[in-house]
Design a binder for this molecule. Structure first.
Ligand code: 4AD
Ligand code: MG
Length: 430
């Protein structure tokens, strides 16, 4: 019977065959321990010379790291391993031998591992991070589908720049100029006027010359947009959504979190509601903490965000930023025109901003004025303005950066390990 490692619990005491790779091996004169992986999981295969016979034991001892095999054996419960099962090997068939696999169990430098990302992905640690990433994606669809949101796919090739023109990837669209999408938001606003509550999930591109542990050139964003939702309604969706994905990972990725050494007690506390402070309060707090360089009107850097986040054991919303710091489309606070109805959600433990969102301007005249002030091409935004011309309604939305969220929940230091093939300032390979 051909099965996968994920299915072994249903076959205790039975002989099964698993297609696998040899992740690692330990052996003595009498016994060989084979660390096997098949993508669905990891299991130890045991070959005892006195039971298996000379021939099989010799094959086992000669196996090289990352060779592919069909392994036949009897499934045994084993409460010493966190996985709970092992395989008493009765047969081995080598499919393809791997010679001199470059990633050995010894320590390797980051650049070396990144150059071998196509192989590094096979490691237990990377496997765990990818499984957590997948669970966040799965529970995202679950959350929004359960609440009646419709998944909408905005274009990747675009003619407009929602998040400012300095970080655009330029490309040629036959005879026209085009840009890779920085955010699907403007299209999601159009979709919200058609479908009410919508969300997108797709790649976005920023030609940011930032070389930090939080920045990727290509990253994936989840962007919900809701008609008739105000600033307050928007924050409620965000805290419930983030709590949902954290609790889903805790429930469904126990082995992966353990493998990564994640302190799960910190994640257990992530339940709605989340604390909030205004930008003004944040500035005051930073001054008290000795950050004297920062003034009202300045944007926060990573050290500022980390200092603020350290005061809380949940993600914290920083709200009401100065209008001058934020994109053209954000709704001003009508009681205080110099700030906008926006919020950034800052993750705990120094992982930085994971969400940016706001209420959007729905007044045609104000939006036209802002487009002029920001010196954006009115032709490119003609369609966007028409959303305000024909039945405009208050609406709000946000964007959650997937990789920063994976980094935080997994407890992984750098976003380069949270996406299969990271695109970084100095890396387009592999
Ligand atoms: O705050 P940002 O720029 O917001 C927007 O793009 C809005 N249009 C979203 C919306 O309202 N629909 O980006 C949103 C999130 C950030 O909070 C961060 O998590 C992530 O995207 N992000 C990045 N992640 C990795 N690398 C980068 N260079 C990132 N830039 C933003
Ligand atoms: Mg932002």
């Amino acid at each position: 019977m051909k099965i996968t490692i994920a299915e072994v619990s249903q076959f205790v005491g039975q002989e099964v065959t698993i297609g696998a790779w040899l992740a690692n091996k330990r052996s003595s004169g009498k016994i060989a321990f084979l660390q096997l992986r098949d993508g669905t999981g990891f299991i130890q295969g045991v070959v005892v010379k006195s039971e298996a016979g000379e021939e099989l034991f010799k094959t086992a001892k000669a196996l090289t790291q990352e060779s592919s095999l069909y392994v036949t054996g009897i499934v045994q419960e084993d409460n010493r391993s966190p996985f709970g099962f092992e395989l008493n090997v009765t047969g081995l068939e080598v499919i393809a031998e791997a010679v001199d696999y470059p990633i050995t169990p010894k320590e390797h430098g980051t650049e070396f591992l990144m150059d071998h990302r196509h192989l590094w992905l096979r490691s237990r640690r990377q496997h765990a991070v990818m499984k957590i990433r997948n669970e966040i994606i799965r529970s995202t669809y679950e959350f929004f589908n359960e609440r009646g949101f419709v998944k909408v796919d905005p274009p990747i090739l675009t003619g407009s720049a929602p998040e400012g023109t300095s970080e655009l990837f330029h490309t040629q669209y036959f005879d026209e100029d085009a840009y890779l999408s920085q955010s699907g938001q403007l299209y999601m606003e159009a979709a919200a006027m058609a479908l009410g509550k919508v969300f997108s999930f797709g790649p976005t591109f920023r030609a940011e010359k930032s070389k930090t542990r939080r920045h990727l050139i290509e990253f994936w964003m989840i962007e919900p947009e809701m008609a008739f939702y105000n600033f307050e309604d928007n924050l409620k969706v965000q805290e419930e959504y983030v709590a949902h994905i954290v609790q889903s990972v805790l429930k469904n990725c126990r082995l992966e979190l353990e493998r990564l050494g994640r302190d799960t007690s910190k994640l257990e506390q992530i339940k709605a509601p989340f604390p909030r402070i205004t930008y003004d309060e944040a500035i005051e707090f930073l001054h008290k903490k000795g950050f004297n360089d920062i003034q009202w009107g300045d944007d926060f850097g990573a050290p500022h965000e980390t200092a603020i986040a350290e005061s809380y054991d949940k993600p914290v919303f920083i709200t009401h930023y100065p209008t001058s710091l934020k994109p053209f489309y954000m709704q001003p606070d009508l009681n205080r025109e110099e700030v906008v109805l926006c919020a950034d959600l800052i993750a705990p433990e120094g992982y930085g901003e994971i969400i940016g969102g706001s209420e959007r301007i729905h007044d045609l005249d104000l939006l036209s004025e802002r487009i002029k002030e920001h010196e954006l091409d009115p032709e490119a935004y003609k369609w966007y303005l028409e959303l305000r011309k024909y039945g405009s309604v208050p609406h709000s939305g946000f964007g959650l950066g997937l990789e920063r969220t994976v980094a935080w929940i997994s407890g992984v230091e750098h976003v380069r390990e949270t996406i299969p093939f990271p695109r970084l300032l100095n890396r387009l390979y592999p």
